[in-house]
Structure formats: C-alpha cells, structure tokens
Design a protein around this ligand. Structure first.
Ligand code: ADP
Ligand code: MG
Length: 292
C-alpha cells in the first residue's frame, strides 16, 4: 500500500477507536485466515457473578463463602473478585489468612484460620488428592450450563463448590457471525474448562474451542495454528494474552484492557466491542485493495 493509503486507513480507524500501530499491521490484517478469540473479557464481559453455592453435609453456605473469600482476598483474578464481592454482599467478614499462593490456570492456596485451604477448578483439587465425590457430577452439570465451577477444601477435605457465570457482551454473537461470513476461521481460546467453554462457544456461535489452556500455553496454541498454515489474528484483553498477542501475525488488544496487552498488540481496539474486530479487518482489506 502507498504511504497515503496507509495514512488514510490509519486515520479512519482512529476515528472509530481502532488504533493501528504500524503500516505492517494494517497490511497483515488483510491476509488473516484465522481469528483466535480469548473468552473471558473478550467474548464475555469478564464480570463473573456467583450463581450457586453448594456445601458438603455439615457445612453451611455462608461458612463456605467466608472461607472462599478469605482465601481469594489477595487474588486479582475476576473469579476471585466476584467471590469476595458476594461475601461482602452477604455481610460476611473474612478470616485471617497467610502464605497465600496462586497456581496459574488452577486456583489459589493459603492457610486460613489455621487450616490448609485451597480453592480452584476441580482439576486442581483432584491433583491435590481431594476426593470430590458427588461434587464432580454437580460441577459437570453447572459447567454444561456455561458456569465455571470452583471447589474449596480445608485440611484436604472438600468443603463445597461455588459456581460463577459470566455473560456474553451484547455484540459478540453478531461479530462472530460476521467474521465467519468474511470467510475466516474463528477459534476460542480459554483457560476455563472444556464443558463451560463449549457452552459459551454455543451461545457465541464459535464451534472451534480450545479449553483448559494454561496462561503460558496460549502462545503455543497460536503457533500451532500458524504451523497448520494459518495467518493468525489473536484478540485478547489480559496480561495472560500478551505472549500470544506478540506471537500472532496480528495481535489485537480489546477494550483498552491491561497495559501489558495494549503494549503487546499491533492494533488496539479502544471500545470493548468485538464488532471492532471484523471492522479492523474490513479497514485493512479496504486500504490494501484501494491501491492495487
Ligand atoms: P481465562 O482468563 O482464559 O478464562 P485463566 O487462566 O485466568 O483463564 O483461568 C483459568 C481457570 O483457572 C479458571 O477458569 C479457574 O477455574 C481457575 N482459576 C484461575 N485463577 C483462580 C482463582 N484465583 N481462584 C479460583 N480459580 C482460579
Ligand atoms: Mg481475558
């Protein structure tokens, strides 16, 4: 493309909250064949809410929430923030905790009120040797509905399960339909579990779902798609997504997300609207075609 066409294209993008950082990004976006979308905060609002609290016999819901909130208090994760918010809403005080540690893509652990506690996805608890029993069936059912089930244990025994649900952004479904109509392969990439991810995928109209991806492995998934012959655009909002945004042929940060995501991206979508992804590719196609 001529410098003038690039300037015009870049200016048109900027007027619509699509900030293209380089001429190269605008050119490459034209050749994209595969669009990889992060789930949480990109397709969904990224504002999970507690929907279900289920305890094992002999425990009460408030006790479970108090334990969970005490454990999750130091965590920045949206699931953790939602649990703490629910405990506050119910007027529950947190218990003293120490030795807090996060396990990426899994959950958290700490000593709460003198007990060794952990909370996270069922996989994390199973790996730690906690017996889930019927809670596993309940977790599967909740996940089937698109909810994210988390389990909590104290001193190696299950206390209960808390499920959270996030909702699609209002324009996500239409944006994904538009990408497909443009002839692009759409893939959803998430650290969330397979069942939940598939349920959200169904709601959003994405049938290619890669779930259970640890934060450090998102980049690897993008590389795999490139090795399969795709020119890949990656869209994400989180710190977790930064290496994948860099790896992709075109990285798009959405919703003026985290600073790291914005720095790692080639294109920054200022609004939180997934519709700006097909718009950015259209912009690139228009810019490149005009000068040929
Ligand atoms: P993504 O942002 O792609 O959905 P993450 O890697 O942030 O994925 O999280 C993946 C999964 O790890 C979550 O769905 C959850 O099951 C678990 N997890 C991560 N952090 C926490 C936390 N602080 N508390 C409980 N579970 C967590
Ligand atoms: Mg995200």
């Amino acid at each position: 493309a001529t410098p003038t066409a690039i300037m015009v294209g870049t200016g048109r993008g900027a007027a619509n909250g699509i900030l293209v950082k380089s001429a190269e990004a605008l050119q490459t976006a034209h050749d994209v064949t595969t669009v990889v979308l992060d789930k949480t905060g990109t397709i969904t609002k990224g504002e999970p809410r507690v929907t279900d609290v289920a305890c094992v016999a002999g425990q009460d819901a408030d006790g479970l929430l108090r334990l969970a909130a005490s454990l999750e208090l130091p965590s920045e994760h949206p699931l953790a923030r939602a649990i703490v918010a629910e405990a506050r809403r119910r007027g529950l005080e947190t218990l003293p905790a120490e030795g807090f540690a996060q396990v990426a893509g899994r959950g958290v652990r700490a000593r709460v009120d003198g007990r060794d506690c952990l909370g996270g996805n069922p996989t994390m608890l199973r790996e730690a040797g906690v017996v889930l029993g019927e809670a596993q069936t309940l977790a599967d059912t909740l996940a089937q509905d698109g909810k994210t089930p988390l389990c909590f244990a104290a001193d190696g025994r299950l206390v209960g399960l808390i499920a959270l649900a996030d909702t699609l952004k209002p324009t996500s479904r239409a944006a994904i339909a538009r990408l497909k109509a443009m002839g692009l392969d759409v893939v959803m990439l998430t650290g969330d579990n397979e069942r939940t991810a598939r349920a959200i995928g169904r709601q959003a109209g994405v049938d290619r779902v890669v779930a259970g991806v640890l934060p450090q492995d998102k980049e690897h998934e993008v590389r795999r798609l490139q090795e399969a012959g795709g020119t890949v655009a990656m869209v994400g909002d989180g710190v977790n997504d930064a290496p994948a945004l860099v790896r992709a042929d075109v990285g798009l940060a959405i919703g003026a997300g985290t600073d790291v995501a914005m720095e790692s991206a080639d294109i920054v979508l200022m609004r939180s609207d997934l519709g700006d992804v097909p718009a950015a590719i259209d912009l690139s196609r228009a810019t490149i075609c005009n000068i040929k």
